[in-house]
Write a protein that binds this ligand. Structure first.
Ligand code: UDP
Length: 238
């Protein structure tokens, strides 16, 4: 399968459907980025982060913001929730009990998330897990590489998780790594995902913001500014 990339605000986005991306990802190693408007805003200010995204082996459009942005530019790409994609891939690798690793979130969260995943996914083979509150990346990177996983889920929030994965992928050329943000919190059962209606409408972020108002600062003004910038990109071409 060949990648077809489109550009949004100067950043590449893959155009696979969910099923295609899943199939493609199962056959590669490297870094999966689940791109969203917050990350695009961050990449504009941080060239190192931008080049991490550009060099990722798969960039999936996570969320309605990216879908709308691409639509404004006349490109039809369907969003896929990073949390669902990461989990579908976990189920795929678990069919053949390939070794997987989890890094990130608070200790009690990762313990509970691991327990739940081991109960819920047939054949799952978790060979390493560690919470996300460590001082030195190098120690965890070494432990992680020594456990030799095929698939690694990293939940440190963005851009921390993408930076960590970028270092990890140099040490683990055969592994596939994905940043999963708050997914372990959801899988632990501690944080609810938005009801299905919010997910279907692509406004999961709205539900999360209302439930956790401190997120407001992160979404606004990023989201409206992002739409404005894409409109500028369309009409003025910047
Ligand atoms: N986190 C972590 N170490 C850190 C900072 C954050 O393990 O130094 C975890 C945090 O506990 C949470 C996840 O990273 O589980 C980030 O969640 P958030 O909701 O911020 O991510 P988003 O999905 O919004 O990017």
């Amino acid at each position: 399968m060949e990648r077809t990339l489109v550009k949004l605000q100067g950043l590449p986005v893959d155009t696979f459907t969910f099923e295609e991306a899943l199939k493609y990802a199962a056959g590669i190693s490297g870094q999966i980025v689940t791109i969203n408007p917050e990350m695009i805003a961050c990449a504009k200010k941080n060239p190192d982060f931008k080049s991490i995204i550009e060099n990722a082996e798969l960039i999936i459009p996570d969320g309605i913001g990216v879908e709308i942005g691409l639509k404004i530019l006349g490109k039809r790409v369907k969003r896929m929730a990073g949390i669902e994609f990461a989990r579908a891939l976990l189920a795929e690798f678990s069919k053949t009990s390939q070794p997987v690793a989890l890094v990130g979130a608070k200790e009690e969260i990762i313990t509970k998330a691991r327990e739940n995943l081991e109960k819920e996914i047939n054949g799952i083979n978790i060979v390493y897990s560690h919470n996300g509150y460590f001082k030195e990346d190098e120690i965890i990177l070494k432990e992680l590489a020594n456990s030799n996983p095929r698939y690694v889920l990293v939940a440190l929030g963005s851009p921390k998780q993408e930076e960590f994965i970028n270092k990890a992928k140099q040490l683990m050329p055969d592994a596939l790594l994905i940043g999963v943000g708050g997914s372990f919190d959801v899988w632990s059962g501690v944080v609810d995902r938005a009801p299905e209606i919010y997910q279907k409408m692509g406004v999961e972020w709205l539900y999360r913001t209302v439930k956790e108002p401190k997120r407001f600062k992160r979404i606004f003004p990023t989201l409206p500014l992002f739409v404005l910038n894409v409109l500028k990109e369309k009409f003025i071409g910047v």
